[in-house]
Design a protein around this ligand. Structure first.
Ligand code: AMP
Length: 288
């Protein structure tokens, strides 16, 4: 066994901009970045593993970004487990973890925001005003501190991947955006840090989101191209589940513009957002 194989990798955990930016300047390139809000699960780790395979340095950020939350209670109750996260990241061979405080990211007097335009006002943006302004701003800041060659995002947050790609293109950022498939529980529920907030009854019912999307997908596979018909089929399944308290939207949209489609011709995304008690679930399937 070679010396490098026997040596355990050491992982650095950094909490200031200046130290992180220095560590990244000195790191062997390419650098792959996985931005997260922590409370990590196998979905996050699939991004980390891919970043490990593609790059010589892997950086993971853990930051519960307050500016992308509309609701103070939601922000306060967002799951956090830094020690558990670090243990997982160590096991997955991560080199650098960036875990700044809110004051480090948004010091007093912080005043510059990134608005991504109409893409950010649809779907999630309609129901969470300001959400993507917070996401785009924090991602741009992470890119500035870390200067990654590649950044990894999950299809689970479908609109977010579109918004980030637009941000990178419009602001000439020299970062390759890699989008990875949604990782699911055996029953189909998309993994999410928020799933631990579901009651046992809600957790049992939660795969209904995936079932509803799959119903639309199956119809599309059978040749249905009418957007309203696909949405109605998914809606019917959600409505039949008593644990679903409110559906924010079921959408069939173009994968690039996120415009709602009357007729599905090219690549499209069927997506849904709903509430079970205080927990909001989102999911999507790409029609391709
Ligand atoms: P979050 O910590 O929820 O902000 O997620 C950090 C990154 O992990 C985002 O790019 C998410 O899209 C991605 N992610 C979250 N859940 C999953 C999942 N189930 N499968 C794949 N990627 C995911």
């Amino acid at each position: 066994m070679s010396r490098t194989q026997t040596m355990a990798r050491s992982m650095r955990v950094i909490s200031t901009n200046s130290e992180m930016s220095l560590a990244c300047r000195e790191a062997v390139k390419p650098i792959g970045l996985v931005p997260t809000m922590g409370a990590l699960h196998a979905g996050h780790l699939s991004l980390v593993d891919r970043a490990r395979a593609d790059n010589l340095t892997v950086a993971v950020s853990i930051f519960v970004n307050p500016t992308q939350f509309g609701d103070k209670v939601d922000l306060e109750e967002y799951p956090r487990d830094l020690e558990g996260d670090l243990e997982m990241l160590r096991r997955h061979g991560v080199d650098l973890v960036y875990s700044p405080t809110v004051d480090e990211v948004y010091p007093e007097g912080f005043d510059t925001w990134i608005n991504v335009g109409p893409l950010a006002d649809k779907l999630e943006g309609l129901h969470r005003p300001g959400h993507f302004r917070g996401v785009a701003t924090v991602v741009a800041k992470l890119f500035n501190v870390i200067s990654p060659d590649r950044a990894y995002f999950g299809q689970k947050d479908g609109q977010q991947t579109v918004v980030i790609q637009k941000l990178v293109k419009d602001l000439d950022m020299d970062v390759e955006v890699v989008v990875m498939p949604t990782i699911r529980e055996p029953d189909g529920l998309a993994m999410s840090s928020r799933n631990v907030q579901l009651s046992p009854e809600q957790r049992q019912a939660a795969p209904v989101v995936y079932h509803a999307l799959c119903r639309a997908y199956m119809l599309w596979m059978d040749g249905e191209r009418n957007g309203d018909a696909l949405k109605a089929a998914a809606q019917a399944i959600l409505q039949a589940e008593s644990q679903v308290d409110r559906v924010d939207y079921v959408s069939v949209s173009d994968l690039t513009t996120l415009d709602e489609l009357d007729i599905v011709e090219g690549r499209a995304m069927v997506s849904a957002a709903l509430h079970m008690g205080s927990v909001r679930l989102i999911d999507n399937i790409v029609l391709e």
